[in-house]
Design a protein around this ligand. Sequence first.
Ligand code: GDP
Length: 196
Amino acid sequence: AFVEHEAKAEDNPRFNEINYKELREFAFVGRSNVGKSSLINCILGQKLMDANKRPGKTKQLHYVNLPYSNCYLVDCPGYGFARVDLKEKESWGKLMQNYIFHSKSLRRMMILIDAKVGFGAMDKMLCDLLDQKEVPYIFVLTKCDKINETRLKKSILKLKKHPLSSSASPVIFMTSSLNFYGVNELAAYISYIVSM
Ligand code: GDP
């Protein structure tokens, strides 16, 4: 509940100032169908993203403001879906390159990787772009409920073969939106970064 002061907030220019240096963005990216919408919904504790959309359909960046903060979760379009043609792949590349190179507020990028599918060529391309701009990124394995521990360990080993640049976090999160495995840890990590 709140009451409104006589002088309305929107009349005060200081409330309308946008300080781009202080805005913080945490982007989520990964192959189409990796489970990105499901994971974002899990983290936020509410269904904001449509998890039932056709794979490869999202072509824009979706910004979700974290309540009472200057932070945004940014849902990036998925990549590498088989049905998506070359033109669409190119436009995805341009969009992401533009975003990574020109956003003043991008603080972290979470690269989602399906635990069963593993690290692929498009993931590598994305890491290279982030390395060039020195944007810190973190690997998040999704759908960990779908594989047993042995296969999960193999997925992690494969991921660890990707040489760590100074931009890559040594921490790899393991998650499942189905049974909420690792979701609290990831949400806590984001809260920690938000409060820094
Ligand atoms: P997006 O295209 O990356 O946004 O992926 P979605 O969140 O839409 O998920 C794609 C499909 O994977 C849907 O059928 C989801 O129900 C399913 N899915 C998402 N997360 C999980 C998970 O953690 N475990 C399992 N078993 N399935 C999942």
